[in-house]
Design a protein around this ligand. Sequence first.
Ligand SMILES: NC(=O)c1ccc[n+]([C@@H]2O[C@H](COP(=O)([O-])OP(=O)(O)OC[C@H]3O[C@@H](n4cnc5c(N)ncnc54)[C@H](O)[C@@H]3O)[C@@H](O)[C@H]2O)c1
Length: 385
Amino acid sequence: MKNFDFHNPTHILFGKGRIADLKDQVPADAKVLIVYGGGSAERTGVLAQVREALAGRTLVEFGGIEPNPRFDTALKAVEVIGKEDITFLLAVGGGSVIDATKFIAAAALYDGDAWDILTSRGSVVKGAVPFGTVLTLPATGSEMNSGSVITNSEKGAKLPFMSAHCYPVFSVLDPEVTYSLPPRQIANGVADAFVHIIEQYLTYPSAARVQDGFAETLLRTLIELGPKALETPDDYDVRANLMWTATLALNGLIGAGVPQDWSSHMIGHEITALNDTDHARTLAVVLPALMNDQRGPKREKLLQYGANVWDIREGDEDARIDATIKATRDFFESIGIKTRLGDYNVASADIDHIAAALKEHGMTALGEHSAITPEDARRILEAAV
Ligand SMILES: NC(=O)c1ccc[n+]([C@@H]2O[C@H](COP(=O)([O-])OP(=O)(O)OC[C@H]3O[C@@H](n4cnc5c(N)ncnc54)[C@H](O)[C@@H]3O)[C@@H](O)[C@H]2O)c1
């Protein structure tokens, strides 16, 4: 196991009715900016619950954060912070709203060009306005990590950043607010969490027994509960387990002390930057092709994943790996997520553009061995057409 630091300061308030507890979490003297998206939080009554919990406080609202949140929109919220003397941010929504809030929180205290935050991957961030979150979509883990991904349509770029200053102070996770999610978003959430786990697990053996065991349990939970969450949308225990699984998938716990990949994410981001395909769907396209392409470097973990997650134990090694990749692809397809580039209107001709964009964005040495180049990504994508 590698050396590691693990520090996660986010206070989780989990369960039914927990939005009411916001009153004890948001500082009493704070001037709060509530950040939300395109209207689902209003429609579903989550914003009403938030307003009720914070009645009597000074609240300003900023709606309109897009899925795959936009740089320009976030900058408008930064202006509001200055104008209104905001001292605390509250994100109400899914990963897009939470990611945007992290960027807004950091940009509000950054003196230079806010785009530097993305191009430096967060290293220029020296502080952030404190913020909490009310999560409405289990998927990204953004509610308990310090990462964020922002899209700049003008530059055709979707870039991530991380900063220790960008952990939420608290996050409220009420599984009941996820009942209103359309099947497409539930499936996306399951696939996104699944690939987060894979990025931290499916690399090479590092004698990290606990991390591997946790990762395998989380994967098996998603395989069992993903379809159930679609079949019985108001089953509390299914939604509660799904929500906590998605958080644990990317809160630093299973990634501590192990090699990490993240190449499916970086390649997937370029697909979203190209045509706004849902984040999770880009991952479901890239991952099976990448697993097949990288079957050499990932051999031991592919066999372990096949055995411990899919119970694939018969046949020679390559036959087991083939069956494991097929099981992964079939799982995505079984929850309604297509796994070929053509399903998302990405043609062979677009692959040149994606490979060039990876190069332009400095994504030239991806994966756990820093060995996946834009040319390798091109080969992987050609196999995913
Ligand atoms: N920070 C991280 O660690 C991290 C990790 C993975 C992905 N991401 C990023 O997060 C973004 C995706 O976030 P997401 O998957 O949570 O989706 P999202 O936040 O983009 O939301 C998707 C849609 O679901 C709707 N929605 C949200 N909650 C709802 C509810 N309870 N009922 C009905 N509709 C609801 C939203 O209005 C939106 O239209 C992408 O930009 C991705 O790159 C971030």
